[in-house]
Ligand binder design. Structure first.
Ligand code: SF4
Length: 365
């Protein structure tokens, strides 16, 4: 595959691995933020190419995983309402809340539909004018522009039967929360390339300076990840901090201004609850005043639903990198991709699903 094979090249990966080994002189803890990078690290055995001094810890960058049970409960409540069609991405339908998941709601008769994009949900609304169609919008800065576009389209077309249950989150406040946590020791970050494709990387500069850490914008193929690790290790070994871009084929410093302008028009920054982590100030997006009439929470009076996530799942420890999936007593036993107990085992970007898929067989007779 053009533009992909070269970033999966074994010789190039081996050369980068050798350069990392010769650059490192002491232990370092690096966190990759994005669940897509976690999956690539596990899938391609990247940790096996690294010297023992480097420990990779996995961050909270899985949008399905960080969506709190409270939002799942709101989605289930919506799906159970007469005349409502609830739409979302496939993974969201299987994430457990407190009372179950959206697939169980569908088996009880609710109209729950999987879509591939918010614009698909808009099409459902156009074809079902007699129903209220709600799109359960989750994700980081990557998916927010498409959601913003859908709601703008809905307003332009006068679609009064379309609304959004918004659970969007932002990367920089999560990084700051991790760096402020006295239980954590993170020496450097690999920032998520696709988020930076939209947002650019200027907003990471004050974080790097405040906490004196290197932050390296990194892609998703094995060579991209090794290049990001190498850049980060070289900065650490030289005592440098700041932001470097190791994903120049996709990311520019200013990001994609049109996408950012679209987001700023439709959304405003708000406090947001993260699954297993809790309330992080200014860490989410909500519809701005001009688009507030498209907010499903307001339209259907869901603001009073506040469920506590008290399942035995240790998603909070997994999402902050304090524990690795095999340290969860349920991993591979009560909790598997077929019978997930928590969001990190459901999501295609979840750390527990990555460990199960690519490592569990090693420990299973
Ligand atoms: S293995 Fe299952 S129960 Fe344990 S943290 Fe992962 S998702 Fe939660």
């Amino acid at each position: 595959m053009k533009h992909v094979d070269e970033y999966r090249d074994r010789e190039l990966a081996a050369r980068l691995s050798a350069r990392i080994r010769s650059a490192v002189s002491r232990p370092w803890m690096l966190m990759e933020i994005c669940g897509g990078q976690t999956h690539a690290i596990m899938k391609y055995g990247i940790t096996e190419l690294l010297p023992d001094e480097i420990t990779m810890i996995h961050g909270p960058g899985c949008p399905v995983c960080v969506t709190p049970a409270e939002m799942i409960e709101k989605a289930i409540a919506l799906a159970g309402m007469e005349g409502v069609i609830l739409t979302s991405f496939g993974d969201m339908l299987r994430v457990p809340g407190i009372s179950g998941d959206l697939l169980s709601a569908r088996s009880r008769g609710a109209d729950v539909r999987m879509v591939y994009s918010p614009l698909d949900a808009l099409r459902v609304a156009e074809k079902n004018r007699g129903s209220q169609v709600v799109f359960f919008a989750v994700g980081f800065e990557t998916t927010a522009p498409a959601v913003a576009l859908a709601v703008k389209e809905a307003r332009r077309g006068g679609l009064s039967n379309f609304s959004l249950l918004v659970s969007h989150v932002l990367v920089p406040p999560a990084m700051q929360a991790l760096l402020s946590d006295p239980e954590m020791q993170i020496d450097g970050f690999l920032a998520a390339g696709h988020v930076c494709t939209v947002m650019g990387y200027r907003e990471y500069v004050p974080i790097a300076e405040k906490y004196r850490v290197p932050i390296v914008v990194t892609g998703f193929e094995p060579v991209d990840i090794l290049l990001g690790i190498h850049t980060c290790i070289e900065m650490l070994e030289r005592g440098h901090f700041g932001v470097e871009n190791a994903y120049t084929r996709s990311v520019r410093e200013e990001g994609t201004p049109r996408a950012r302008i679209l987001m700023e028009e439709v959304f405003e920054v708000s406090d947001r609850n993260w699954r297993g982590i809790g309330l992080l100030p200014s860490s989410g997006l909500s519809l701005s005043g001009e688009y507030a009439s498209f907010d499903a929470c307001r339209r259907f009076n869901l603001e009073e639903i506040h469920e506590k996530d008290d399942t035995p799942c240790i998603a909070g420890s997994i999402l902050t990198g304090k524990k690795k999936p095999p340290e969860c007593p349920s991993f591979g036993k009560e909790c598997t991709p077929e019978h997930p107990r928590g969001a990190p085992m459901v999501s295609s970007e979840g750390a527990c699903a990555a460990y199960y898929r690519y490592q569990h067989h090693k420990n299973t007779p």
